[in-house]
Design a protein around this ligand. Structure first.
Ligand code: THU
Length: 138
């Protein structure tokens, strides 16, 4: 896995963030099992609740194209115009969407400040005891 490339793609996607209300811009790049990369940015709404996070944008783009197997996601976020980014962790709703499609033990979440500085977590680390599709099997 080319982590630097994935982070670069997330940074590029962040440039498209539509954030007139929060001014907080997030980009994500989602790596599929077959090596494709789907990117996403956050998209806000004047009525607030329809806003969508960058991570879910990337997932929904991929799933709507028929892809359901994923290896990793890189995430970058911070206030618009800020050059130096801090680590931006995914919200609870996005973690739950990851739980729907990813193996929590192996799916990697890369939280990056830039292509060289990042931390990697498994979904299981960020969503311990997560509830997912397996819990509904009978
Ligand atoms: N946001 C994301 O897109 N991903 C995250 O991981 C955290 C938060 C967005 C939602 C909203 O548009 C803005 O950042 C401020 O919460």
């Amino acid at each position: 896995m080319d982590i630097e490339l994935l982070i670069q793609k997330a940074m590029k996607a962040r440039e498209n963030a539509y954030t007139p209300y929060s001014g907080f811009q997030v980009g994500a790049a989602l790596l599929t099992d077959d090596g494709q990369i789907f990117t996403g940015c956050n998209i806000e709404s004047a009525s607030y609740t329809p806003s969508n996070c960058a991570e879910r944008t990337a997932f929904f783009k991929a799933v709507s194209e028929g892809i359901r197997e994923f290896q990793a996601i890189a995430i970058v976020g911070g206030p618009a115009g800020r050059e130096e980014l801090e680590i931006c962790a995914p919200c609870g709703v996005c973690r739950q969407v990851m739980m729907e499609f990813c193996d929590p033990k192996t799916f990697e979440i890369i939280l990056a400040k830039n292509p060289k500085e990042y931390q990697t977590f498994t979904l299981k680390e960020l969503l311990p005891l997560g509830f997912g599709p397996k819990d509904l099997e009978r």
